[in-house]
Design a binder for this molecule. Sequence first.
Ligand code: HPA
Length: 262
Amino acid sequence: MTPAGDGLAARLGDRRPRVLVTLGSGLGALADDVADPTVVPFADAGLPAAGVPGHEGRFVAGRLHGAGVLVQQGRLHLYEGVGAAAVTACVRAAAAVGVDTFVVTNAAGGLRSTLRPGDLLCLTDHLNLTGHNPLAGLWPPPFVDMADAYDPGLRGQAHEAAARAGERLVDGVYAGVLGPAFETPAEVRMLRAMGADAVGMSTVAEVVAARAAGMRVLGLSLVTNVHRGTGAPTAHDEVLRVGREAGPRLAAVLRALLPRLA
Ligand code: HPA
């Protein structure tokens, strides 16, 4: 096991969660629903702490709607100036303790004209435009297959769960960028031309690391703002507000999904 895996395993005792759920902006409250929780601050597991306000930087292990989960509250972003190794440390530690399913959530800016703030997106694929890859520098190079990186079976289950929860869930391609500046109007046009439906500053490095560890992945985005191509400003406050307002709807989809992942 990796040192981080050792640290996490020691803190988890005999708990062996199967599902890692990484909570994006506005979703932190979902960790409050974990029954019989064991809280492990990242630092206690030998993992780098998350520094952005509103990101707690801890795992909550326990049962969530019938599934044995490891909920990740808070994450590091490449825009904080850390490397891809730090950004993916939690995913790699989770894999080392036997987690085989990764449900990654995030806030994203909509690019497709039909998207509206508050929409929920099921990721079908991504564009890694961050300039980083967590596998770079490893030897021998892990030439990881990234076709169907977002597991088709889990995507189907997510759509069924959304239907049961009465929530609209649409498919889309996520462009992962470095940030932290939001996109210029020219970048918005470029990302659309590249085939992206939404853009965000997280997730892609974590998904590459999860695939390298053999985990199956489900990615869900909460569209907090939409780039209309008019050059209208993007405000971080707005991103956080819509994330908070729509977070419970993404949580409802997860509530309907998790019992089926048990
Ligand atoms: N761009 C990049 N990341 C984001 C956005 C955006 O518009 N909204 C939420 N995260």
